[in-house]
Design a binder for this molecule. Sequence first.
Ligand SMILES: [Mg+2]
Length: 266
Amino acid sequence: MKPLSELSLDSARALRVVLTDIDDTVTTEGMLTASAYGALEQLHRAGFIVIPVTGRPAGWCDHIARMWPVDAVVGENGAFFFRYDRERKKMQQRFWASPEELKRNRLKLDAIEAEVLGTVAGTALASDQAYRMADLAIDFCEDVPALPEAEVDRIVSIFERAGAQAKVSSIHVNGWFGDYNKLSMAKTLLADVFGIGWDEARASVIYAGDSPNDEPMFAAFPMSVGVANIRAFAHRLTHKPAYITNGHSGDGFAELADLLLRARHR
Ligand SMILES: [Mg+2]
């Protein structure tokens, strides 16, 4: 991971799409700061395609797609994208699974939920679970005291034994049934809505994240950035981001936005 200051304005000039994780990448200590939100807004105004790619639930993503200065949002680790067409006043929603599959998967996730809560002490259902449509989120750090890493691994293995995928974010273990992740849905969104094929995406997209559930994105995009707090997770990452910011969380994201805006205005 090279310091972001080593990314030259010339190489940054080809970038026109900003994909970003939200928790602990745009937000700081669980809050959306004015400077991080302002960074999103400035990028959007400058004509960048701005797309949060998050593990957060459908309920939040409806709000984000509608009200934040963004072009679309990928939620629940790739279970769907939402895009609000402001001119036509239409919310476009695309899910990876059919409504029938979502119902069947929920029954299997309910069984996993019972096993995790019954066997791993100190965990809780994530408080945003009620607004999720495709996944199960187990809290290990948001509203409960942080669990040791071995316990986090136990949660992951319960998901995996049941045949589910599981990813660790900075606050939750998210698990789901279905062959998708943040990357596969981001690719679908870029191609279907923005007409950006994979070769073009690799040249024009920069991805910002902070934790292991961002790894498929770090691996796929040559231009990727970790905010400084990713250092705490570096030992869990096979694919690290190309660059790392000086600032933590939202300050790191603002640092990235500043560099992109300078490259564009030069
Ligand atoms: Mg995060």
